[in-house]
Ligand binder design. Structure first.
Ligand code: C2O
Ligand code: CU
Ligand code: CU
Length: 487
């Protein structure tokens, strides 16, 4: 049976958690303990379940989140993982431009953590999206995020960001979606949040520590999950239009997504929407990227697949692994029944900002490099930006508030690095020597191995100190991160 948690039901479900502590599972059917010390085989093919949703009303959303290590159901198995409010992924937070989002986070882990609202254009200071807050084990912290009235709509997400612990905590299950709704709704039959993540379990249902070699290329989990499920089933009728909010929450894995036989229209990547919606055959998401997609259903059964993506090899000739992921089936999309209504095309919209004709006041170069020796943990690996690893007491780039800068991002290594900048999105100007003809804003921009990308950034609306880093989270934890301050 197809269980489709409609937004309304999800809201009721989610509403239980407002002001409370534990919201409970994300709607997983809690599996019965088998009594055996061995975890059962992962089970696939259940109806897709959406994370519970918490939605703002009257301009405010107040949420209590608790991160902890506990028994949860993932891929149909009873396993010990990390979760927000007992669910993997955590609840979806749905807000609008101009809203205030209050998150009270209790750290129920045995190590430090904190919270980052990835992609939101909010202040990096005080108790907003401040990367220098540490919440010790057992402590709580109250975040308050004020979205500007002109905040772009789109798909965002939250995850921990305590340097040195990020890859383990995200891989362990700590992530959830944030949706900033459109000012004017795009007609669709239904909306689905699809949080794609990867994870590995031992036979006893624990998450193994990553080996040094895996960290070098960036760990990839053996199971690729959609909303914590293995190849869930989605059902629709021909002609129905679905809005898919897809998040690549994988620690290192790139997702080259295809859905054969269906019509895909890409509305935007990361924040905001494109000037014109684009019909696409595939969407490539680096770790941290999101896609805002319309799927117009056609009769037949399709498989949502992640195709092999070659993100280079670590260590060059020195024996590091190749990082081409194998093809994975993520979900099935079964379309049958009577045809339904037709939907109008998505109208073009004015893109609020285009920096191609802006006055650039500073140029900067960032060089991403990897090497053997001299780095973290006994000299196995170094992952640097401009020859340096992260130092919380050093500001690497001081930029003028309200200026526009052009950044040359050069990757000298044999592995792709997805650069992520907090607070201010980047407009892609040139990729692999080719000028980008359309207006593309992203907060994670892939820099392919041995290549250069040019972006422009407008340091608008906020002053303060935050970070930019590689979103292969093992690289970030290894120090491929710098501090930027807008003054
Ligand atoms: Cu998604 Cu600095 O992170
Ligand atoms: Cu971020
Ligand atoms: Cu990297």
């Amino acid at each position: 049976m197809m269980v489709d948690i409609s937004r309304r039901n999800a809201l009721i479900l989610g509403g239980v958690g407002i002001g409370g502590v534990a919201i409970g599972g994300t709607g997983f059917i809690m599996s019965q303990g088998s009594g055996s010390p061995m975890a059962p085989e992962p089970s696939a093919g259940n109806a897709l379940v959406l994370p519970p949703e918490l939605q703002s009303s009257n301009g405010v959303l107040t949420v209590a989140l608790e991160c902890s290590s506990q028994q949860v159901s993932i891929a149909g198995r009873d396993v010990r993982a990390l979760s927000y409010n007992g669910g993997v992924p955590g609840p979806t937070l749905r807000v609008r431009a101009g809203d205030t989002l209050n998150v009270s986070l209790h750290n129920g882990l045995t190590e430090p953590s904190n919270l980052h609202v990835h992609g939101l254009h909010v202040s990096p200071e005080d108790n907003s999206d401040n990367m220098f807050v540490t919440i010790e084990a057992g402590d709580s912290y109250d975040y308050r995020y004020e979205l500007p009235a002109a905040h772009p709509p789109g798909v965002y997400w939250y995850h921990p960001h305590h340097h040195g612990f990020v890859a383990d905590q995200v891989f362990g299950g700590l992530y959830g979606a944030i949706i900033v709704d459109d000012a004017e709704e795009i007609p669709a039959t239904r909306e689905r949040v699809l949080v794609i993540s990867d994870i590995t379990f031992t036979a006893s249902g624990a998450i193994p520590a990553a080996a040094q070699m895996e960290k070098m290329s960036g760990r990839e989990g053996e199971l690729v999950l959609v909303n914590g499920q293995l190849t869930p089933e989605l059902g629709a009728r021909p002609g129905e239009r679905e809005r898919w909010r897809v998040i690549n929450a994988c620690t290192s894995r790139y997702l080259r997504l295809q859905l054969d036989g269906q019509q895909l229209t890409l509305l935007g990547i990361d924040s905001g929407r494109f000037e014109s919606a684009r019909d696409v055959d595939e969407v490539v998401l680096a770790p941290g990227n999101r896609a805002d997609l319309l799927v117009t259903a056609r009769a037949g059964t399709s498989t949502l697949r992640a195709l092999p993506y070659d993100r280079g090899a670590s260590g060059g000739m020195m024996g590091g692994g190749s990082s081409t992921s194998a093809e994975v089936s993520l979900a099935t999309f079964a379309v049958d029944g009577a045809s339904t209504e037709e939907f109008p095309d998505v109208p073009d919209q004015l893109v609020p900002n285009d920096l191609r004709s802006a006055t650039v006041t500073a140029q900067r170069e960032f060089v991403f490099a990897m090497g053997m020796g001299g780095g973290m943990n006994g000299g196995m690996m170094s992952a640097t930006i401009n020859d340096r690893t992260f130092d919380a007491s050093r500001v690497d780039a001081t930029v003028q508030f309200e200026s526009v800068e052009e950044w040359m991002l050069t990757n000298t290594s044999t592995l792709d690095h997805p650069l992520h900048l907090h607070v201010w999105p980047m407009q892609i100007i040139e990729q692999g020597g080719r000028t980008v003809e359309s207006v593309i804003w992203q907060d994670v921009v892939n820099i392919p191995a041995r290549s250069t990308v040019r972006v422009r950034v407008a340091f608008d609306d906020f002053r303060g100190r935050t970070v930019y880093h590689c979103h292969i989270l093992d690289h970030e934890d290894a120090g491929m991160m710098g501090i930027i301050q807008a003054v």
